[in-house]
Design a binder for this molecule. Sequence first.
Ligand code: F6P
Length: 367
Amino acid sequence: MAVTGKKTVKRIGVLTGGGDAPGLNAVIRAWVKTAVKVYGWEVMGILDGYDGLLQPGKVAPLDLNDIRGILHKGGTILGTTNRTNPFKVPVRRGGKTVEIDRSKKAVETVRKHKIDCLAVIGGDGTLILGNRLYKRRGLCMVGIPKTIDNDINATDFTFGFDSAVVTAMEAIDKIHTTAESHHRVMIVEVMGRDVGWIALHAGLASSADVILLPEFPYSARKVVEKIKDREKHGRHFSIVVIGEGAKPKGGRKIYYKTQTGLSRLGGIGAELAEKLAKHIKNEIRVVTLGHVQRGGSPTNVDRILGMRFGHAACKLIAEKKYGHMVALKGQNIIEASLDDAIGVQKSIPKDHPLVKMARDIGTSFGV
Ligand code: F6P
């Protein structure tokens, strides 16, 4: 049995935070199996991310029966939220909403359930909060990086990304055939927040003619030129893939407000369509793929990466590497200190090999 400081680990916990991603259940399954079969630990599941540490009745045992038949399932059996920050919990006081620090309560919940170490599975935001609980409140935790956006700097890939790319690619393939039949310009807006990894990979894999990335502010005039050039060569349709965080040169990203008041990227495809419509004759349609990219079964790549992360994270605990996360470098799973690993966004550099290849084979980035 592993030892943490002076304490023997007997029971560990796990929570999933932030937006869901295909492969979360693969991580949970490998984590529970490794904990039970290799280390003889008990496992507790925390429901709905950090919410589960602040609300009563959201911590429950997670045993081998609970994780049967979940490997291929999308979403997370634990539930998640991307709204709860234990350091800033909104409460109503004197007719006003104020934010209070409930991080002590979060750690008390972990201790009350005799959880010796917690695995936090999440994107940058969730991992930053986990690291803060570790450093400020002494919560023993390890991190497992997750996001469809693939924007965590310390890891080559996060699980969820491949599934999102495959979903987007398959959708764009379908859009391709109808675009060709109707001689239309189809603009497909994909997720990815402030980075264009999904747009780049899905756009390349589905032979998009134009790929517009948040990293390279675009010129609508260049997009028009590309579409007209295709026309000249007898290609009366075009596919434009645009990352939701893209923006025109000198322009702004487009956000909308959800009904709960959250600010989310979305709408840049429609804005581009309006600009293009002034210069080209083809009919233009916009498709926003949205949350379909987060749902459904994980690909084999994400299942295996998720399993490797879950398995390796147990080893981090056994070795008392708190405040660390697992990461993929090349073919290997490595560990990285959360202090170094998070808070730096992995964006697409101008000289990325995929960008260079795409330019060489005639894909336009609208620049
Ligand atoms: O970070 C994952 C992600 O799906 C982004 O690509 C997207 O911008 C955002 O989450 C959407 O968040 P929500 O689920 O709150 O709409």
